[in-house]
Ligand binder design. Structure first.
Ligand SMILES: [Zn+2]
Length: 276
């Protein structure tokens, strides 16, 4: 009871000092402005590095082809409920209408929980990958257009249709997009592939169950078969989880992984290769 009273007094004092702030001189306001700039500088933004804890296992949920409502909204809601971070790789031409632009804006503004990254403007000439990667100039311009129109805050790309990894002159993965990878690398982009995929059949029906996916994640960590040790990048697509039973499956997948205290969910700007 005594504590409550003391706290109550503190709240009153704070409230009073806030009221007083409004009456302060311009000089004081200038000082306050300088202070808040300092605070803003300290706040971590997209791409700022984190320190790793070697006792943890880092999981990167990376969802492609966004925005694709209602799946994107469902995934966002499940991630928020579960309190986990995730990355949405966006396709520029998918945000043509106002409603979809708002989804992109809300995800962009939800950092540090959500990060948006670049998955091209046309999704590789509408899945025409051979032609897309054969014309390196236009492919690079396609990524640059997406970068600008989606206002992507980090230089991180996932190639449509190809599991490539690119960082500082090192290129891994299929050969078809090699020239595009080289050019993106020279422009300072990182290209991120994936370690395992929550696959789908038809247009969007998930194949693995939540339990099967958890087993696949554990297998990657236990057998050190991921691209980088202690980090697993998972690919899925927003549209897969629009139906209730699939949203439940996603919820279960995350909640089971959360039961292991070693697991940490991070956005892809904090992936080791990206931070190098
Ligand atoms: Zn895609």
């Amino acid at each position: 009871m005594k504590t409550q009273l003391v706290l109550g007094a503190a709240v009153v004092t704070l409230f009073a000092s806030n009221l007083l702030t409004g009456c302060k001189s311009g000089e004081d306001e200038k000082k306050k402005g300088a202070d808040s700039t300092q605070v803003a500088e300290k706040k971590a933004g997209p791409g700022d590095p984190i320190k790793y804890d070697s006792s943890k296992r880092y999981i990167f949920l990376t969802w492609d082809d966004a925005p694709q409502p209602p799946g994107t909204n469902v995934c966002k809601q499940v991630f928020q409920e579960q309190g986990v971070k995730a990355t949405f790789f966006m396709v520029g031409m998918h945000q043509l209408d106002h409603r979809r632009k708002l989804i992109v804006d809300s995800l962009r503004n939800a950092y540090p929980q959500f990060l948006i990254a670049n998955h091209s403007y046309t999704h590789g000439f509408r899945n025409n990958y051979r032609s897309f990667y054969a014309h390196a100039d236009s492919a690079v311009n396609d990524f640059l257009k997406a970068q600008e129109e989606l206002k992507i805050p980090v230089k991180i790309i996932r190639l449509p249709g190809n599991n490539n990894w690119v960082s500082k002159g090192e290129i891994r993965g299929p050969k078809t997009p090699r020239e595009v990878c080289k050019r993106l690398d020279s422009l300072g982009f990182k290209v991120v592939g994936w370690d395992l995929e929550w696959r789908f059949k038809g247009n969007s029906t998930p194949i693995q169950s939540a339990d099967e996916m958890v087993a696949e994640v554990n297998n990657k960590f236990d057998n050190f078969t991921s691209y980088e040790p202690n980090a697993v990048v998972i690919l899925a697509h927003d549209r897969m989880f629009a139906g209730k039973q699939y949203a439940d499956s996603l919820r279960k997948f995350i909640s089971v992984l959360k039961q292991d205290p070693r697991n940490v969910f991070e956005t892809i700007d904090h992936y080791p290769m990206v931070q190098k």
